[in-house]
Design a binder for this molecule. Structure first.
Ligand code: URA
Length: 400
């Protein structure tokens, strides 16, 4: 088989066979297909799409490019959660300790920032000492010991996705339905959970800009989940404005910790309780979604969720004194206020624009090998619908 013929076939809008897809994924993982050949094929997929059969074959090939975890020693039912990506999305950081505090095991493999969206791993690693790259054995051990571990994608789990994910980010090929569905589902299947809850973001700050596309992506992923024998639930969330009030790694950790102490914006509370209620249901711990929401709020109010987050950070090498005294986090050198020119109400807060500004400030990567500036970001003083007064703050940019 020849990679040039495979690229040409997709370039010419033809369907790829299972064998061709497997060949590409295997050889790219090994390194015999180069980054520039992979970039050409990915661009052809981006432009010409894939049908459901090709997307499923791509997912399975990516899953099989590395190990598949067996989490049965942790529990019969392990639920995983993933977001399709957004701006200011710190839901995993808030929700996973809540779930673990309800004694539902959390074995979570998260991603780094992609395009204009942030990544849970980058955010967690802004806590000094926190390591998201621990060996798989330690990951499983931590879940058994304290009920939770959140790590980044290891080289052994869906390594093809790790390479393709980073490459797509640098060649403007992120917003593609088959590439997103296969990226997420390959990781989720390899990570070993048997139930999956997906936060499918929708709006200008998401990869799916409208509801129809978000539903299509959700259906595609549900179908792949079914084929892999994993019950999959998708929750559509609004990404026409950033989630919460902060964008940027350290700023989002601070907001997540505040949320775990009970201080959160309405949108965060709605998303956390809705997705959390499904996770509790899928894990077999309560069929009534409204009651599940109450269990979540109870464990925020009694500090069990916050304490679980401290345990997680400590277990993964993080310095919890930063969480206990958040003034210790490094601050950006400059703070630039954005002032309202008029009296009125906020009618639009474009999450895409905010995400791009945040990447330009240094909170995200322009190139695969770029570092990240944890301290920079944006603090929103107002959200859509809020009243603003002339010459008052709309938001603050923090930069270096
Ligand atoms: N999240 C992923 O893991 N992959 C994508 O392609 C997009 C969001």
């Amino acid at each position: 088989m020849n990679i040039l013929e495979i690229i040409a076939k997709k370039r010419d809008k033809q369907e790829l066979t299972k064998e061709e897809i497997e060949f590409f994924v295997t050889e790219y993982t090994k390194g015999t297909v180069t980054d520039y050949q992979a970039a050409a094929l990915i661009m052809a997929i981006y432009l010409n799409g894939m049908n459901s059969r090709e997307t499923t074959d791509l997912t399975m090939a990516m899953t099989c490019s590395g190990e598949t975890l067996d989490l049965s020693s942790i529990s019969d039912i392990v639920v995983d959660k993933h977001s399709t990506g957004g701006v200011g999305d710190k839901i995993t950081i808030i929700l996973m300790p809540i779930i673990a505090s309800l004694e539902i095991p959390v074995a979570k493999m998260s991603g780094r920032g992609l395009g204009f969206t942030g990544g849970t791993v980058d955010k967690l690693e802004s806590i000094p000492g926190y390591s998201a790259s621990i060996p798989i054995e330690e990951f499983i051990e931590n879940v058994k010991e304290i009920g939770i571990s959140v790590i980044g994608q290891t080289m052994n789990l869906a390594p093809a996705d790790k390479k393709m994910y980073a490459l797509r980010d640098t060649i403007s090929c992120v917003e593609s339905m088959p590439l997103i569905a296969s990226s997420i589902m390959s990781k989720k299947i390899a990570a070993g959970a048997n139930k999956i809850v997906l936060e499918v973001t929708c709006g200008n700050g998401a990869f799916m800009k409208n509801k129809e596309d978000a539903i299509k992506l959700a259906e595609e992923m549900k179908e792949i989940g079914k084929l892999a024998n994993k019950e999959t639930v998708c929750v559509l969330t609004n990404m026409n404005e950033p989630i919460g009030k902060t964008i940027g790694n350290t700023l989002e950790i601070i907001e997540a910790v505040e949320a775990l102490k009970g201080n959160m914006t309405e949108d965060i509370e709605t998303i956390v309780t809705t997705i959390g209620a499904y996770i509790i249901k899928l894990s077999g711990n309560g069929d009534n979604l409204e009651e599940n929401k109450l269990k979540i709020m109870e464990n925020i109010n009694n500090k069990k969720a916050y304490n679980k987050f401290l345990e997680l950070v400590k277990k993964q090498g993080g310095d919890i004194s930063f969480i206990e005294d958040m003034e210790k986090f490094e601050k950006a050198k400059y703070i630039v206020p954005v002032i309202s020119k008029n009296n009125g109400y906020v009618s639009e807060l474009n999450a895409l624009t905010v995400g791009k500004i945040s990447v330009n400030l240094g909170a995200g990567r322009m190139k695969k090998e770029d570092g990240i500036d944890n301290a920079v970001g944006i603090m929103l003083n107002k959200k859509i619908g809020d009243k603003v007064e002339k010459r008052r703050y709309l938001s603050l940019y923090t930069c270096k």
